[in-house]
Ligand binder design. Structure first.
Ligand code: HEM
Length: 311
């Protein structure tokens, strides 16, 4: 890992899983950028300090800036790979874009602390932004998605999380930052639950109860893990760090899918492989049972970047 003089990352980018989460999506009021820059630095620093204060409850979080808002807020420099959400569609499989100016993710094993901090963050931003969307995530069973399958098993582990999620020397000015993609997926659970378990397992590419990966030759080309397990031109695995959590109520529920990565192409290639498939008609059959309602692209800069730009 190229961590010589690595700026301080926002700790929520690579954090391990939690019991609860709050997601806040804001749009900025026009013309407030000079006040918003120091305010964002303060919010990020506040979240950073709470990580120590509430260490027993594994508090963490980050602030990220929307791809379409970046140039208004920080006109002098832009992360090289920052692009709007790669909206795509094929037949009934839709991955729409719905962008926001700011995204705050906070997570903790105590929901009361999250509620308190969410209120505090909104107060800090008061007058400068409008809260457009709020969602709350929770751990379901033993880290399962609401489909009943364990989610996050093949995520990068240990220090490899930083290696996968944080920009390194390839973009010196943005070292320690991360490209963040968010999609809110609403599941059709009554349709899913009518499927026999073996059919569900074929769609995911793993067994349900004991979470065992199918042997390579048994994985259908339409299974989720087949579609997202990709290699680049040099044969190297394309990885992302998933920070997803189930969300919702009985009326609408699903997965807040969140990817953090040192580039933006890995996520885009995976999504393309899910929606458009492999060019031989094999798309991701998970998409028959869930629908992306949003798609947003952000960059979560290092704390040092935010501080340097605050003045
Ligand atoms: C793996 C669920 C969307 C990328 C998995 C696994 C599950 C799952 C159950 C297997 C266990 C694991 O390794 O975590 C879901 C659900 C989704 C969703 C329910 C949406 C409703 C996405 C999207 C992407 C993605 C949009 C990327 C664009 C991955 C990757 C893996 C994975 C990279 C690991 C594959 C491997 O190396 O085996 N997902 N996922 N997922 N998913 Fe998803």
């Amino acid at each position: 890992m190229d961590n010589q003089a690595m700026p301080r990352e926002q700790l929520g980018v690579c954090a391990e899983g939690n019991l609860h989460s709050v997601y806040l999506m804001f749009n900025a009021n026009e013309g407030g950028e000079s006040q918003l820059r120091p305010c964002i630095a303060n919010v990020a620093q506040y979240i950073y300090e709470l990580t120590d204060q509430y260490a027993d409850s594994a508090f963490n979080g980050f602030v990220a800036i929307g791809a379409n808002y970046w140039d208004s807020l920080y006109p002098s420099a832009r992360p090289t790979a920052l692009k709007p959400f790669p909206a795509m569609n094929a037949d009934t499989r839709d991955a729409p874009a719905l962008e926001y100016d700011l995204f705050v993710q906070i997570r903790c094993d105590r929901f009361d602390i999250l509620h308190l901090v969410a209120n505090e963050v909104c107060q800090m931003f008061e007058g400068l932004v409008e809260l457009i969307e709020e969602e709350r995530g929770f751990r379901f069973m033993d880290n399962r998605d609401l489909t009943g399958f364990v989610d996050g098993t093949e995520n990068p582990k240990g220090r490899n999380r930083q290696e996968v999620a944080l920009v390194g020397i390839e973009d010196e000015a943005f070292k320690g930052g991360s490209y963040v993609h968010v999609q809110k997926f609403a599941h059709n659970l009554s349709k899913w639950n009518r499927l026999p378990q073996k059919k569900q397992e074929d769609i995911v590419g793993r067994t349900k109860l004991d979470n065992i990966e199918y042997a390579s030759e048994d994985k259908p080309l339409t299974s989720h893990i087949k579609r997202v397990n990709l290699k680049d031109a040099d044969g190297k695995s394309m990885e992302i760090l998933r920070q997803s959590m189930p969300y919702g109520t009985v009326k609408e529920q699903g997965l807040m899918f969140i990817s953090t990565c040192r580039n933006s192409v890995n996520f885009e290639h995976m999504l393309k492989s899910m929606v458009h498939g492999d060019g031989h008609g094999n798309h991701d059959h998970l998409l028959h049972f869930t629908q992306a309602l949003t798609g947003s692209s952000f960059f979560a800069p290092s704390l040092d970047f935010l501080e340097n730009q605050a003045g």
